[in-house]
Design a protein around this ligand. Structure first.
Ligand code: DGL
Length: 261
C-alpha cells in the first residue's frame, strides 16, 4: 500500500488488525508530500511509480491505494497496466458514509485535489443513495498531521474556519475523505459536536481488501504476516512519528529511493 505520508497508516492499522496473516509493504512518499495541493497529473505520475515499484521490487499480490488524492487523480492507467488487483479508498468510504446517515444529509472533507476532482460526488451518485452531499477542502490539515500536531489551539482554530460550511449544513455524518484526517478526529469532532458521526474509510477499505483477496483466492489463511515500512523522505522521522501514530509494528523503517534521485 502507499500514501503521500503518514495518512495511509490509518488504513494499514485496519488492515493489519483484520488480516494479520498478510505480509504488508507500506510506502509513505514523504519526500514528495503533500499530494493534495499538487496538480492531479503530477500525483498520478507519483502513484504510478509507487504502484509499479510495489509490483516490481516487492512482488505484491495486491495494492491498496491508501490515499484519496491519488485515487481522485485517477487509477485507470495503473489498473490497466499492472497485473494485480488495485483497491482504493473512495468507493469504500462513500459506501460507509451513505450507511452512516439517518437524515440523508452528509458531508465529505478532503484535500483540494480530492474535493476539486469531484471523486466523492461521483462515487455517491454511483451508489444510488438518495443523500444530499456537502463538500469542503481542508488545506493545512495534512501538514499538521505530518508535524505530529493533532490537537491544540492552532489546529482547532484552523478546523473552526475550514469546517464552518460543514457545521452550517446540518449534516449527521461526515466522511474523513483524506487518510490523514482520522488522526485529527478529536479536534474535528469537538468542532462539529456529537450530532455528527465521523466516518473513516480505513475499516471499510480493509473489508474491501479482504473481500477482494477472498474472491480471487489470494487470502492467506494462517501464520503471522511481516510488515515493512518505507519512506521516500526522512526515515528516522518516519519511524518516530509513524510509530506514535500506528503503534509498535512500525519500529523499523527503510528508504524508498525516489526515481531519478
Ligand atoms: N492522505 C492523502 C489523502 O488521502 C493525501 C494527503 C496529502 O498529501 O495532501 O488524500
Amino acid at each position: 500500500m502507499f500514501d503521500s505520508g503518514f495518512g495511509g497508516l490509518t488504513v494499514a492499522r485496519a488492515l493489519m488488525d483484520l488480516i494479520p496473516s498478510e505480509d504488508l509493504v507500506y510506502i509513505g512518499d514523504t519526500g514528495r508530500y503533500p499530494y493534495g495541493s499538487k496538480p492531479l497529473a503530477e500525483v498520478q505520475t507519483y502513484s504510478h511509480e509507487l504502484a509499479r515499484s510495489l509490483v516490481d521490487d516487492f512482488d505484491v499480490k495486491a495494492i491498496v491505494v491508501a490515499c484519496n488524492t491519488a485515487t481522485a487523480a485517477g487509477l485507470d492507467e495503473i489498473r490497466a497496466e499492472l497485473p494485480v488487483p488495485i483497491i482504493d479508498v473512495v468507493e469504500p468510504g462513500a459506501r460507509a458514509l451513505v450507511t452512516a446517515t439517518t437524515s440523508g444529509r452528509v458531508g465529505v472533507i478532503g484535500t483540494v485535489g480530492t474535493v476539486s476532482s469531484g471523486a466523492y460526488v461521483h462515487a455517491i451518485a454511483r451508489s444510488g443513495a438518495p443523500v444530499h452531499l456537502v463538500s469542503a477542502a481542508c488545506p493545512g490539515f495534512v501538514e499538521f498531521v505530518e508535524r505530529g500536531q493533532t490537537v491544540g489551539d492552532e489546529v482547532t482554530v484552523l478546523a473552526e474556519r475550514l469546517l464552518a460550511p460543514i457545521r452550517e449544513a446540518n449534516i449527521d455524518a461526515l466522511l474523513l475523505g483524506c487518510t490523514h484526517y482520522p488522526f485529527l478526529a478529536r479536534t474535528i469532532s469537538d468542532v462539529l459536536g456529537p450530532a455528527v458521526t465521523l466516518v473513516s474509510s480505513a475499516d471499510e477499505t480493509a473489508f474491501a481488501a479482504r473481500d477482494r483477496l477472498t474472491e480471487l483466492g489470494l487470502l492467506r489463511s494462517g501464520g503471522v504476516g511481516t510488515h515493512r515500512f518505507l519512506s521516500s523522505g526522512d526515515i528516522d522521522l518516519f519511524r518516530e512519528l509513524g510509530g506514535r501514530l500506528l503503534g509498535p509494528e512500525l519500529a523499523h523503517t527503510e528508504r524508498w529511493p525516489l526515481q531519478g534521485a
